[in-house]
Design a protein around this ligand. Sequence first.
Ligand SMILES: [Zn+2]
Ligand SMILES: [Zn+2]
Length: 554
Amino acid sequence: MTALRVLPLGGLGEIGKNMMVVELDGRIVLVDVGLRFPTAGELGIDLVLPDFSYLRDRVDDLEAIVVTHGHEDHLGALPWVLRELGEDKVPVVYGGRLTMAMARSKLDEHKLTETPLEQLDPGEHVPLGPFDLELVHMTHSIPDSVAVALHTELGTVLVTGDYKFDQTPVDGRPADVSRLAALGGDEVVLLCGDSTNADRTGFSPSESGVGPHLEEAFARCDGRIVVTCFASNIHRVQQVVDAAAQVGRKVALVGRSMRKNVNIGRSLGHIEIPQGMLLQTREIDDFPDHRLVVISTGSQGEPLSALRRMAHHDHPAVKLHEGDTVIFSATPVPGNERAVNETIDRLYHIGCDVVTTRDAPIHASGHGYTEELKLMLNLVRPRYLLPVHGDYKRIRLHADLADAVGMDPDAIFEGENGLPLEIDERGARFGDRTRSGVVFVDGVDLGDPADAALRDRRMLSADGIFIVVATISEQDGRQVVPAEVMFRGVPFLDEVDGVVDDIRGAVDRSLAKAADEDVREIDLLQQYLHDDIATFVYERLRRRPMVLPVVVEV
Ligand SMILES: [Zn+2]
Ligand SMILES: [Zn+2]
């Protein structure tokens, strides 16, 4: 009997790192490859990925990876997934136009160039083994967002991706409601629906409502204006540019990701900046304050972002002063409130005015509210529902909404990461739990050297340092004397017995493995040691001290 198996590896019981395995007849389509950023407790960690070890043994069964949109919590893990599974093993990655352009740029930075990235337009069909893939155009806070429809002999599996039903989107392309209704007219066997705003009642405000409020806010400013928003929110940037033009100001883009995303957006025609409107960074200082709008990264209070540096008087190009106004055209993602508040307070300290979403409706969420979630359910009328993209509370609230629109309670599955939902002709049920969890990324993709120095200092201050000196034979790469292990400032080390001896053991194993694999290059060996010891120490101590391996050849 043919059975569908849908296994979430991330995105349930949390907001972030979305990843969903859809399986039929032993073949797999992976929908979304997201990451999340570390919480305050995960010091010294750069990124958090879903544990996708499930796919490691199954890579030969993988038909394709499909990405719903270009946000980090859906696309961000792609470089690591390709590197781990093997670039040549992943046959193809599909997604919308901007999504694939962003993926290309990301993979280029990681020097991953082999896996084909295929832009797929909504409405096109691609056969993928037992699946027929189709993307459905949706609206969200980034252009080219899609829902993923996987048509199978058991019906269609619809993964909504992040969405809202914006009736007046900035680019004039609302979600393809008629296609969703048509899918519902056939058979949607399973809906995996975004639950992010299941706790907000009513309809989300339209993105195009933000522009006039920005313009109003601009009109009240005499000094310089800095607007901060998500760099990927191309339509928001467009509205800031338009509002600036209305009040006779020019714009400058500050922050690496802001410049990068706007460049990609411009090249694809998603954003238009009139000739002569855009100032270079070096022109900012000499330009009259009342004629300038700076569009900046840092809406989340990120430590090294342009706005945070401005707030600390540490930005090379933009020095803020009394009379300037900073407008937050974004709300803090849960977990970032403290950093945002600190940034805001710093800005007041240097004499700026600050405008946030509490003062004016200058932000619109990219996720639909309760009425939109209900509309989705009524349009596609799924046989089964698996709420995704939400913590347990929002998953429950989404389930309640399904109940309210008349879905059979037995057809609503409140799932969690690692728990597969299995569907066949007889019905649907949760299967056996599969390994899931998190994988930490620690410094694989460093920014400029200043970032690296800051990260090092943070790690040292929080978790101390291990220095490991290994002496190996020049002939065969094997260890000649036991490794020396030194440490400074590692908290609670004395409370764990025998850690230092165990680290020596880990060094032995790591070097033996490297010798077996004929790894002899000192740099590579040090990298091997670093990774193995860092992993080992984390597993034992749940801490991330800096690990400094030194390999000496004799
Ligand atoms: Zn998103
Ligand atoms: Zn998302």
